[in-house]
Design a protein around this ligand. Structure first.
Ligand code: ADP
Ligand code: TRP
Length: 321
């Protein structure tokens, strides 16, 4: 299967990104044709730019490699190194009804949160459709928030195919149900744009400070506590399996411990979980030239995969004259 994902270089990667998307992608590498890219054009739609964007692009690439994207197994590149995607974006725009974009939750949510709208934020699902369709991608592993964007890509592809025949592959999203939405420290969806994240690669002390801010119910220490709707538990369960998870549930049910104790535990298991990734990250941070080489190699591979599709599209749409 052709599996593709993109991630915006718009801030530190958080545990929602990891469990919602990166981990699935790393697992998919074992037996699929995997494509992973840094969506730097997309990041511009929420105001990122300049030197900061360039730095975040390298940082996100470094983090992706540290988290297990293997450039030998996956095609791994920076979006802007394959410019053909912008050409397809424009062509697909002609197959995108306004209403389709006006209904996009992510756009509506951002507006509701006071983020100023510009055209790129509005038309962003069309660029995402181009990212997906140019490679003939079949499976898109995403968090719940991105499902609608994949559906928009499907709608656009169907419209295009109705006009020009069976050219574009209709993609499908894949959501890991148990981690569909990782909560942020305020209990809302964890998101860089909402300022409620827990970084994957933060400093230990800062990490714990953030964890201490997780919103929890106010229950006296000695009382039993509910774990199902507890933000601390819902994060901790991402790092635990089997007996360890049951043991934590028992601690909630038993009472005698406060949420502060569970927060400390969460900090510890999280720190341990990302230990090997931190070491790998240090390596890549010290070898940024190697990261750049990997990205160039990946961009060449990605371009090679995209060319037959873009040529076919230029031909049927009459852009080749
Ligand atoms: P953010 O909302 O922080 O800007 P992105 O939109 O860059 O994150 O998301 C990158 C990937 O991570 C997407 O596949 C998205 O679905 C996934 N993701 C982001 N936040 C979460 C979350 N809280 N829970 C699960 N998956 C998430
Ligand atoms: N829109 C995605 C996000 O914010 C990032 C992205 C861009 C993407 N293009 C993509 C994800 C293509 C999957 C496939 O998370």
């Amino acid at each position: 299967m052709k599996v593709l994902t993109g991630i915006q270089p718009s801030g530190d990667l958080h545990i929602g990104n990891y469990f919602g998307s990166i981990k699935q992608m790393v697992e998919a590498q074992k037996e699929n044709d995997t494509f992973a890219f840094i969506a730097n054009y997309h990041a511009m739609s929420s105001g990122n730019g300049g030197k900061k964007l360039a730095e975040l692009t390298m940082q996100t690439a470094t983090d992706f490699l540290a988290l297990g994207i293997d450039p030998q197994k996956s095609t791994f590149w920076v979006q802007s190194d394959v410019k053909e995607v912008l050409e397809l974006y424009w062509i697909l725009s002609a197959f995108t009804p306004m209403g389709l974009l006006e209904r996009a939750h992510s756009y509506k949510d951002k507006i509701a949160k006071g983020i100023k709208a510009n055209h790129s934020l509005f038309s962003y699902p069309v660029l995402m459709a181009a990212d997906i369709l140019i490679f003939g991608s079949e499976i898109i592993p995403v968090g719940k928030d991105q499902i609608q964007h994949v559906e928009i890509a499907r709608d656009i592809a169907i419209k295009f195919n109705n006009e020009y025949g069976d050219i574009l592959t209709i993609p499908e999203f894949k959501v890991q149900e148990e981690v569909a939405t990782v909560p942020g420290i305020d209990g809302q969806k964890m998101s860089k744009s909402y300022g409620n994240i827990i970084n994957i690669f933060g400093e230990e002390k800062a990490q714990m400070k953030t964890i201490k801010k997780i919103v929890t119910e106010n229950v006296p220490m000695e009382d039993p506590k509910e774990y199902e709707n507890c933000n601390v538990y819902n994060m901790a369960k991402l790092f635990l399996e089997g007996d360890n998870l049951i043991a934590l549930q028992e601690r909630y049910k038993k009472g005698g411990e406060g949420h502060g104790h569970f927060k400390i535990y969460l900090g510890e298991i999280m720190w341990e979980y990302f230990k090997d990734f931190r070491e790998k990250r240090e390596y890549y941070q010290a070898h940024q030239d190697e990261v750049r080489e990997i990205l160039i190699m990946g961009a060449n591979k990605a371009k090679e995969s995209a060319m037959p599709m873009i040529e076919k599209i230029r031909s049927v749409t009459g852009i080749n004259y």
